[in-house]
Ligand binder design. Structure first.
Ligand code: PLP
Length: 382
């Protein structure tokens, strides 16, 4: 293979992931060059080339951006990817670089818990914010005249799914831009740009990097002008990842196919085990064939994620269940190799019942995990 990057051709996700973003091999140099720590770069005379000041660009970001771009949009050199300090930095970069006072934006009413804060800030800047639930493509109703449609599918934490292609066609027919938060699916689960979105945006903090040790975000887009505005926003706000975080993220992406295949398969096993339990209600996992989201999910997703959600009868029961788990840490966030779960209602904000549990399935052996969950359910019964 002459080109070290696999950005086209019929390769599998594992092959693509282990080579994603690698530079041309150089004798005596590591395959993945180490992090470049630089606030500024040697730059005599005229300003030429990409690397001048560390808030604008960094070679470690470039490799990571190439890697994420190859996963989000293989074989699409027209797609540009930009990395950010966190998922929220990436989300804010799209919203605040694309929207002006007087514009309207459609957000999901059941999306990530920081979206209400974003809403308040957008409104303070004179942007009209409309919301509608993800399920049933309800955002279609709110679309008229909007400048931007923001989709989160599957939604976090409710795991509803909408028809991205259908919404994108309707949005584009009236000149509305479309952004999809792809955090939960990861690029191996879903490719929003191929489904018609203008931007795919995600937190790399979750399953993309998968070890719970890095905050990261990214935006990938196919419109050069729109992406120039996103890049300009990154420069203005300075919401940039450190080189060490960028390098750790790139190293972690090499194992993404192993992690998501293992974790997502176990998530289905966990969901099937939970379904047998009478105290578990409102069980959601888009990969379950009888889940309300499965039909649309199976048309647009290649993998269904590692998050399972369900409701226990009371807050006290949920708290006892979480305390009784030995292999599942009581922690927020999701996507890591170690399973975590939390009672989502403890945060306020999400419209969920008191006994609602969001569980993120890790890379433990499935039989160990299921045994631990069933034991904790038994022990937490009154
Ligand atoms: C976690 C998350 C974010 C925010 O990402 P950070 O890296 O924590 O800033 C945005 N969207 C979704 C769906 C998330 O789960």
């Amino acid at each position: 293979m002459s080109d070290a990057t696999v950005d086209e051709g019929p390769v599998g996700d594992g092959t693509r992931a282990v080579r994603a973003g690698l530079p041309e091999p150089v004798k005596h140099e590591p395959t993945l060059p180490g992090p470049v720590f630089a606030a500024h770069f040697h730059l005599p005379g005229e300003v030429t080339g990409p690397y001048s000041y560390g808030r604008d660009d960094n070679p470690t970001w470039t490799l990571l951006e190439n890697a994420i771009g190859e996963l989000e949009a293989p074989g699409r050199p027209d797609v540009e990817t930009l990395v950010f300090a966190s998922g929220m930095a990436a989300i804010s970069a799209v919203l605040f670089s694309q929207l002006r006072a007087g514009d309207a934006v459609v957000l999901p009413s059941d999306g990530y818990q920081a979206l209400p804060l974003v809403r308040a800030q957008l409104e303070a800047y004179g942007v009209e914010v409309r919301t509608a639930p993800t399920g049933g493509d309800a955002q279609l109703e709110a679309l008229e005249g909007a400048r931007l449609l923001w989709i989160e599918s599957p939604s976090n934490p409710g795991l509803d799914v909408c028809d991205i292609r259908r919404l994108a066609v309707a949005a584009h027919a009236q000149g509305t831009l479309v952004a999809v938060d792809n955090t939960l699916a990861t690029p191996l689960g879903q490719r929003p740009l191929a489904l018609g979105a203008d931007f795919t945006v995600a937190s790399g903090t979750k399953q993309l990097t998968g070890h719970g040790d890095v905050l990261l975000g990214y935006v990938a887009g196919r419109d050069a002008e729109a992406m120039a505005a996103v890049r300009r926003w990154r420069k203005i706000v300075g919401a940039i990842p450190g080189p060490m975080e960028a390098w750790l993220a790139h190293r972690s992406i090499a194992t993404i196919q192993l992690r998501v295949d293992r974790q997502n398969a176990t998530a289905l096993t966990v969901a099937e085990a939970l379904r047998q339990r009478p105290e578990v209600t409102d069980l959601r996992y888009p990969g379950l064939p009888d889940d309300p989201a499965h039909k649309i999910a199976s048309r647009q997703m290649r993998r269904y994620g590692c998050v399972v959600s369900f409701t226990l009868p009371t807050r006290a029961r949920a708290e006892r269940f979480l305390a009784a788990l030995r292999l599942v840490e009581d922690a927020t966030s999701f996507g890591g190799v170690r399973s975590t779960a939390e009672r989502r209602g403890r945060w306020g904000g999400d419209a969920v019942p008191e006994g609602f549990v969001r569980m993120s399935v890790g890379a433990e052996d499935p039989e160990d995990l299921v045994a631990d969950i069933l034991r904790a359910l038994d022990e937490s019964a009154e």
